[in-house]
Ligand binder design. Structure first.
Ligand SMILES: C[S@@+](CC[C@H](N)C(=O)[O-])C[C@H]1O[C@@H](n2cnc3c(N)ncnc32)[C@H](O)[C@@H]1O
Length: 318
């Protein structure tokens, strides 16, 4: 059941808020899509620019954002609706229904509310059920991934999505431990990771389980697949001169965004095995600015979670 009052955790602090606002610069009458509503920090700022005249479509796959959405709706005169679902699916549906947007925001990853609620299982710092689903009704949780994937598969997930140096020894240790008893809690996984890595690495930079937890979260929520599918759907949904802003938090995400923007700037949509361009290649997007925007020292000091953020912005060619 959804909480009827706002959860007690502090709201998520919107990252690169001024930069997002400047990049998307919504005007009264615009339609804005916030694909990652969270606690609505960015949405609130964007709504301010709509001045009650325009529409905000909020999307989130986590139903626990509903009280935050209701709070924002009560305090705003604008037309707003919340769509629960995976943003690539929602954007594709909206686009195919002919809905068009002037500004689209994707602020990727998990929110502070998800990270700070131990029972969601995202954090290696608290012992909790192994879960990590952004959408609690999704079929796959971290429990299944950890207990049912093969050794190579696990090693691959940790190396690819976590850039974990000790991916293989950790995968091997997980297989050994679960043969005796399946993993149920994050604390058991943290203990197994610590035992599997050389002693000096246990005291290195950052928590020893940080990379494995990031990798599992990405796998459980198909975060990179969702992003790959969402970008073309967002492009389709944008009106000419519409603006797209994407905030990523690690290089795997940023690489996908950067490649998509580069390809869309070039414009060719031919399959990669075509010997020559046959599509008449016209640029579809223009990245503005060309480089990613990073938070300044003052923002990082205020909000350490912003440290790895990169904002990329593009305008649809008219
Ligand atoms: C970093 S938070 C966004 C915070 C928000 N900008 C704010 O200011 O409060 C990311 C949110 O996006 C949601 N999310 C992440 N990936 C998603 C996806 N593929 N589809 C729908 N929602 C997603 C998460 O559930 C989370 O609530």
């Amino acid at each position: 059941m959804l909480p009827s009052v706002l959860p007690i955790e502090a709201d998520h602090v919107p990252v690169l808020a001024d930069e997002v606002l400047a990049a998307l610069s919504p005007a009264p009458g615009d339609t804005v899509v916030d694909c990652t509503f969270g606690s609505g920090g960015h949405s609130q700022l964007l709504l301010g620019r709509l001045q009650g005249d325009g529409k905000l479509i909020a999307v989130d796959r986590d139903p626990t954002v509903t009280p935050y959405f209701e709070r924002l709706r009560r305090g705003s005169g604008a037309k707003m609706r919340l769509l629960h679902g995976e943003f690539s699916v929602v954007l594709a549906q909206l686009a195919s229904n002919g809905v068009r947007a002037d500004a689209i925001l994707l602020d990727l990853g998990v929110s502070s509310m998800q990270l700070d609620r131990p029972e969601r299982g995202f954090s290696y710092a608290a012992d909790a059920p192994l879960d990590m689903r952004m959408d609690p009704s999704a079929a796959l949780s971290a429990r299944e991934v950890v207990n049912e994937s093969g050794e190579w598969e696990l090693g691959d997930i940790f190396r690819r999505y976590g850039e974990e140096r000790y991916a293989r020894p950790i995968a091997r240790a997980i297989i050994r431990r679960r043969a005796k008893q399946p993993f149920e809690r994050s604390g058991d996984l943290v203990a197994t990771i610590k035992e599997a890595i050389p002693a000096p690495a246990r005291f290195g930079e950052g928590h020893p389980a940080k990379r494995v937890f990031q990798a599992l979260r990405i796998e459980v929520n198909d975060e990179l697949g969702a992003l790959e599918r969402a970008l073309p759907a967002a492009l389709e949904m944008l009106r000419p001169h519409g603006r797209l802003a994407v905030i990523s938090f690690h290089s795997l995400e940023d690489r996908i965004v950067k490649r998509f923007l580069r390809e869309s700037e070039h414009g060719c949509t031919c399959p990669p095995d075509f010997p020559r361009c046959a599509c008449g290649a016209t640029p579809l997007l223009r990245a503005v600015p060309r480089r990613a925007i990073r938070p300044g020292a003052a923002e990082i000091a205020r909000n350490s979670r912003s440290a790895s953020a990169r904002l990329r912005v593009a305008v649809k060619v008219g």
